[in-house]
Design a protein around this ligand. Structure first.
Ligand SMILES: Cc1cc2nc3c(=O)[nH]c(=O)nc-3n(C[C@H](O)[C@H](O)[C@H](O)COP(=O)(O)OP(=O)(O)OC[C@H]3O[C@@H](n4cnc5c(N)ncnc54)[C@H](O)[C@@H]3O)c2cc1C
Length: 660
């Protein structure tokens, strides 16, 4: 490792690589070859091995159910009161799979290609190819579970298109795909609960990872009902704890989504990859005031039939849109990107919406002197298909929009604006989804693996279920086959005691400050800094400023935050939030450092210094074709260490992305 600080904030360590994907076989055989050679655990021995799964969303629920079905002894933790309330339930639009039911020449290769290209060539070929390969099994599995996917007139499963692709490969259940898939995973999970292979721990929040002799061996969880800290020991730990978009305070994520589990693992030595790769979704209901704590997504599926436009003339922006004649409307995505039109990927659609508003052609009420909204208009679709057909496809989304805004989207165009939605960054994992800490596996949105710098719509559900149903159950035995030689641990083992004490001391510290500011007020200020300087457009100057501001805010937090209530003996939601916000503060700084070091634009990471003449993201493959995996520096004030994993493309040619 070089001891010199780069840009005053980070150090550079050794390069790393994935050692698990077989190297000398064609891409299409890599997954089978890996499965052919992983070590197995005898079925009779599986029930003697304990696996902790943190998370009951699509990734965690599917993993816990599948590992239980294999016969392992699984403990599944989540902070909601029911596994069915994981944030995955909110997913609206759909799930991709390369089934080619529409006979439009789709294939595993095309899904792989679209995903790598959509991610702006910053994802690993082997992982993405496997994702495309198992996508087809996911649909079969879910149909077998009874997931009510939409069907066409003849009874076949229906498909629609999502951004960044030219085929229809998205399976959906109206605007409730996540909910229906989660009910499927939940049924599978409950079956194992009844069979005695899975035990659930609702209202338990993991607050520390137990690491012993370099291996992940358990967790410390806070019982949110009693406030007690409890320790759980296992042979392997899976974190499927979702994304960290709520670092921005305002996002489309559920209010409870947080980074604590992965951040505590990072502090214990697990690498955090590409933390700055954040997705800003183009179709959200615009923010309407500064007292808001949540933003609402309008599914990307709406871009199948809705047309996005702004007035051509600034003076028309305050008018009723129905009074603006066709010739005075600018359908800017159709104009700039004729090949993909309204179905360009999210990063591109978001940036163009921002550009339109920056030009002064935004619509809706002014916030700080600027109208931040564009129209998503269904008039043409209603004329072409009829109101009933539009309602059949999108009815629940239209109802939701009307309930929130008071406008009827069958009559008046919706107003939308980009909002933080998904995090492509996450814990670094190899092909087996194992982190650099042996025995620690990461699935779903919590890992960094498949989406590069920009995720295509309907690919997160696919990835979460691929990880949970098909990848983790196939790879973990390789590690677990050695578990019988691991030293026995108990409550009193030094590493277990140390982990519990670390968790307790953070809680004690937070409770003892007794300052004057609420946790939420700090979170909101952090979110404003992140949105301003590490949001849709980033510059070196802005990121350096943000790092300084976050450090000051963090210092202030540890002196002035007020956490009312008791540590034990009952519910304390302020304390829950206080721990999460403390972790967000440190994560926010790492995100800015990552964004600062990556002096290129790629996907959702737009560095103003690196753009084409037409204002598109300009990658710099000669300098940045790698995954940036960060190692904890040892304390919140120490510089993190960057490990680069070079990305090698043998099956796809790197090109400047074009959707024109
Ligand atoms: C509004 C919205 C709509 C979306 N629509 C789509 C879509 O149509 N298609 C698509 O592909 N993607 C969509 N996405 C993205 C997708 O929903 C998520 O990426 C995906 O559901 C994440 O699943 P997960 O299993 O990784 O995590 P989650 O579903 O977030 O589950 C996380 C689990 O971890 C638990 N957990 C977290 N931290 C802790 C802790 N410290 N201790 C204990 N438990 C913990 C939680 O209790 C929960 O059970 C959408 C996202 C949003 C916000």
């Amino acid at each position: 490792m070089t001891e010199t600080l780069v840009k005053g904030v980070y150090k550079v360590g050794e390069e790393i690589e994935d050692t698990k994907a077989p190297k000398d076989v064609p891409l299409s055989q890599v997954w089978q070859e890996r499965k052919n050679h992983v070590n197995l655990v005898n079925p009779a021995n599986r029930r003697k091995l304990n696996i902790i799964v943190v998370g009951s969303g699509l990734a965690g629920g599917a993993a816990a159910a599948s590992l239980g079905e294999q016969g392992y002894n699984v403990q599944c933790f989540f902070y909601q009161d029911s596994a069915r309330r994981a944030h995955s339930i909110a997913a609206q639009g759909g799930i991709n799979a390369a089934k080619d039911y529409r006979n439009d020449d789709d294939s595993v290769y095309r899904l792989f290609y679209d995903t790598v290209k959509g991610g702006d060539y910053r994802a690993r070929e082997t992982n993405v190819y496997r994702l495309a390969e198992v996508s087809t099994n996911i649909i079969d599995q879910c149909v077998a579970q009874g997931v009510p996917f939409a069907r066409d007139y003849g009874g076949y499963l229906d498909n629609r298109s999502f951004g960044g692709v030219q085929v229809s490969r998205t399976f959906y259940a109206r605007g409730q795909t996540g909910q229906q898939l989660l009910i499927g995973a939940y049924q599978a999970l409950e079956r194992q609960v009844a069979a005695g292979t899975v035990k659930e721990f609702p209202r338990h929040e993991m607050v520390e990872l137990i690491v012993s002799e370099g291996r992940a061996r358990g967790i410390v969880a806070r019982n949110m009902v009693t406030g007690e800290l409890e320790t759980y020991i296992a042979d392997a730990v899976v974190l499927a704890t979702g994304g960290y978009g709520n670092v921005f305070f305002l996002s489309t994520n559920a209010m409870g989504c947080n980074a604590t589990a992965i951040w505590r693992a990072y502090r214990k030595g697990a690498y955090f990859a590409n933390p700055c790769f954040t997705q800003i979704h183009p179709t959200c209901i615009p923010q309407h005031g500064d007292q808001q704590s949540k933003l609402t997504l309008m599914s990307e599926s709406l871009r199948n039939d809705g047309r996005i436009w702004v007035p051509k003339k600034v003076e028309d922006c305050a008018k009723d849109p129905r009074e603006i004649p066709e010739e005075d409307r600018d359908y800017y995505l159709e104009r700039i990107y004729p090949a993909f039109g309204n179905l360009v990927p999210r990063d591109i659609a978001s940036r163009q919406a921002k550009n339109m508003c920056d030009e002064g052609r935004g619509v809706g009420p002014e916030v700080d002197g600027v109208r931040r909204g564009v129209y998503l208009d269904f008039a043409e679709a209603i004329g072409r298909l009829g109101k009933k057909a539009v309602s059949d496809k999108y009815g629940n989304l239209f109802d939701m929009y009307e309930r929130i805004t008071g406008d009827n989207p069958y009559e008046v165009p919706m107003r939308i604006y980009p909002a933080v939605h998904y995090t492509m960054g996450g814990m670094w994992v190899d092909y087996d989804l194992e982190s650099n800490l042996p025995g620690l596996y990461i699935g779903g949105e919590a890992n960094f693996s498949d989406h590069g710098a920009n995720r295509l719509g309907a690919s997160a559900l696919m990835q979460g279920l691929a990880d949970g149903y098909f990848v983790l159950p196939a790879t973990m035995s390789n590690y677990l086959s050695q578990a019988f030689s691991f030293p026995k641990l108990d409550e009193n083992s030094p590493d277990v005691v140390a982990a519990r004490e670390a968790a307790q001391s953070q809680i004690d510290r937070l409770m003892s400050i007794n300052g004057t500011r609420s946790v939420d007020s700090f979170h909101k200020e952090l979110g404003n800094i992140m949105w301003e300087y590490c949001g849709m457009e980033r510059t070196e100057e802005g990121l350096l400023k943000a790092i300084g501001l976050i450090r000051k805010l963090r210092e202030d937090y540890w002196q002035n935050v007020k956490v009312p209530g008791k540590t034990v003996g009952g519910l304390n939601q302020s304390l829950e939030r206080a721990g999460r916000v403390a972790d967000f503060m440190e994560l926010a700084e790492l995100m800015c450092i990552d964004a600062l070091h990556r002096e290129e634009s790629a996907g959702g990471h737009f560095r103003a210094e690196s753009q084409t003449e037409e204002g598109e993201a300009l990658r710099q493959d000669d300098r940045f074709a790698y995954v940036g995996a960060w190692e904890w520096g040892g304390s919140a004030d120490a510089a993190p260490i960057l490990h680069k994993e070079p990305l090698v493309y043998k099956n796809i040619e790197l090109k400047q992305r074009s959707y024109k």
